[in-house]
Design a protein around this ligand. Sequence first.
Ligand code: UD1
Length: 417
Amino acid sequence: MDKLIIEGGIALNGIVKAGGAKNSVLPLMAATILAEGSHQFSNVPHLRDVITMQRLLTHLGVASELTNNNLHLTSNGLQSHDAPYDLVKTMRASVLVLGPLLARWGKARVSLPGGCAIGARPIDLHLDALKKMGAQIEIKEGYVEATASKLKGAEIQFNIVTVTGTENIMMAAALAEGTTILKNAAREPEVVDLAHYLIKMGAEIEGAGTGTIVIRGMQNLKPAAHTVIADRIEAATFLIAGVITGGEVTVENCPPFLLETLLQHLKKSGCKIKTDSESITVSASERLKSIDIATSPFPGFVTDMQAQFMALMSLARGTSRITETIFENRFQHALELKRLGADISVEGHTAIVKGVEKLSGAPLMATDLRASASLILAGLAAEGTTIVDRAYHIDRGYEKIEEKLTLLGAKISRTNQ
Ligand code: UD1
């Protein structure tokens, strides 16, 4: 199993380009099921999750090729309507094929995702919404079996904000009969990016980016071309890599509005922030001040940056209370950070992080994608050598992370010993 070896304590400085957003490209790829023909996406990151989605789509009848950062998908009609357990268990976003399969072909069989390192993450809201649109849904042998002769528009009130739930139903509604209104919809930029692509495909969608999205269903959609938005989580991780090591990193190809809330928090803790329309620079002239955060749906503090922010706060001056409101088990990195000397205690959904003056390198175990980013950040700041085991987690969501960090001056390498 791959491990990352980090020699910490070196300030990272320089410029890095953000790649395309993982959480945008996955739903965009699922949307190709909705229209036969040739779909083109640029700014596509080379990630393990993209490869998993390619494998799933190939199985369903959508061929694809990723060259450089351009992804060309050809949707050729239905080969299978089955998303098997083997693929879904490695990537929960596989569930995004459910809505498009049902809307386009009237049937879908998708493995239930099961438990997950960061929480239960059920898909009941996706299923309730599809039922409201007229789908018949049964759970058999661990699979969701859904059929619908024609989905019908409906008014759907999500009782929890769900990102992939909003995306799944928006895609289904684009080919349904009549109008669908999604209330308490997710407002994440990746939802908006998907809406933009669906509109290019001929869909009529209003309100993406607000809590109410209105979708008028069409008889047919057509393929189109699209550039994936920047990965705000990757960008933010690099900005924190700069500041946690006492350096200054600029991330290009990332419009600052994607990270407004995070930047406000960094500023509050003492960071200096410079932005222009497509780039962000963060630095700090002295040790940061601890601040409290609580995760929440967009535009709140993004849960996918909670672990990385905890690494930053573990070296700040004072005590920070970090509250996780989206996932019930998203503090596994806390125990690993303690192995580096961080002073963290967890009380229910809140981690209390008392800043220490220094961390020292140690062997660590990554438990999930964003936790592994947090451990890498802490390792970059720690004195001595940190080894992060189970590096495969990081490859799900960060393209060439060692190369990008090396360009900024980090000493990081990979081994499979
Ligand atoms: C997406 C992101 C993930 C991010 C998360 C929250 C993708 C591919 N993944 O995950 O990176 O961390 O949003 O911003 O975009 N819930 C239910 N029932 C449902 C659906 C969700 O109870 O049917 C709950 C979940 O357990 C969780 C909360 O709602 O507590 C939000 O989850 P959701 O927004 O659906 O997360 P994902 O879309 O899976």
